[in-house]
Design a protein around this ligand. Structure first.
Ligand SMILES: Cc1cc2nc3c(=O)[nH]c(=O)nc-3n(C[C@H](O)[C@H](O)[C@H](O)COP(=O)(O)OP(=O)(O)OC[C@H]3O[C@@H](n4cnc5c(N)ncnc54)[C@H](O)[C@@H]3O)c2cc1C
Length: 264
């Protein structure tokens, strides 16, 4: 079957034209694979809206257009906290194409940047300007419509945000699991703790049991050990070619401990 590609000047127009038979094209690292495999056919829509490629940063927040690529994140000084995350996505050829918007929809075991955005408490801006917390978005992303941008707080100090990815093939392997932690401090105590795991469920998930242990505490060895012991509580790891659910549960705490120790 022939594939028809439509280009729309704004995301709103692309959203209107999408219908139930259209597939939106971001950087295409996943969509084009499906086109080549014949599992995506018919209408493919893209948008040339320049707003999709914009990055806006203030002292305490950032807004990143859905069409911004991992390579663009790596070139932006104001997004230094996200550089280790963007660098962990695929190899150089993938990073020049892979977009923020596409990452939000990438199925397991992908979604490393989404894991970081969940830990940061990002808000998702859809075509038309509506906004919602990333947790809500991830619960029903199939029905979310087109994403225009993400907004996220900018960590106040470097040790307030950390990311770790575990993969079998380095440096370009996909995630056995990934972890992102946002640990703002107030007078030495952790306030507003958010920890997210990637590849430990159908979408990135928060480790709420570990968050509860860390909230209001100081980051010292006993607290880290208790948070690590609770790491996999409430998560729903899959079994796939990379690792079993049992293995993922066993090692989640080990890797959370390592990440938290790096952030003391
Ligand atoms: C070899 C290889 C290695 C990879 N390694 C990693 C990795 O290490 N980590 C990782 O996280 N991912 C990885 N990926 C997956 C993928 O490259 C990334 O997740 C990427 O960010 C997807 O973005 P994209 O723009 O290419 O998405 P596309 O392929 O363009 O789209 C993916 C999905 O998102 C939808 N979509 C895209 N943009 C929007 C939007 N603005 N609004 C609504 N829907 C949208 C599309 O319709 C489609 O359903 C890898 C892929 C390949 C092929």
């Amino acid at each position: 079957m022939a594939v028809l590609v439509e280009s729309h000047p704004t995301l709103t127009e692309a959203q209107r034209a999408l219908g139930s038979d259209g597939t939106y094209l971001g950087g295409g690292t996943l969509v084009m694979r499906d086109v080549n495999a014949g599992t995506v056919q018919g209408r493919i829509l893209r948008s040339s809206d320049p707003a999709l490629r914009q990055i806006r940063a203030s002292l305490d927040s950032v807004e990143i257009g859905a069409g911004v690529t991992m390579a663009m994140i790596l070139a932006e000084r104001d997004l230094a906290h996200l550089h280790p995350v963007a660098r962990a996505v695929g190899g150089p050829q993938i990073r020049v194409m892979a977009t923020v918007g596409g990452n939000l929809f990438a199925a397991h075991p992908y979604g490393d940047l989404t894991t970081a955005l969940l830990a940061l408490g990002a808000r998702i801006v859809t075509a038309g300007g509506a906004q919602r917390p990333i947790e809500d978005f991830l619960r029903d992303r199939e029905r979310a419509g087109l994403v225009a941008a993400v907004q996220a707080p900018r960590p106040r100090e470097p040790r307030a945000f950390g990311f770790l990815k575990v993969s079998r093939v380095k440096p370009k392997g996909v995630s056995v699991l990934s972890i992102a932690a946002h640990l703002p401090r107030d007078g030495g105590r952790l306030r507003g703790v958010r920890i997210a795991f990637g590849a430990m469920g159908p979408t990135p998930l928060r480790a709420q049991a570990a968050e509860r242990i860390l909230e209001g505490a100081t980051l010292e060895p006993g607290v880290i050990a208790r948070a690590a012991a609770a790491a996999a509580e409430g998560l729903d790891p899959p079994t796939d070619a990379l690792a079993s659910a049992w293995y993922r549960r066993e090692v989640a705490g080990v890797h959370l401990r390592r990440l938290l120790e790096r952030m003391t």
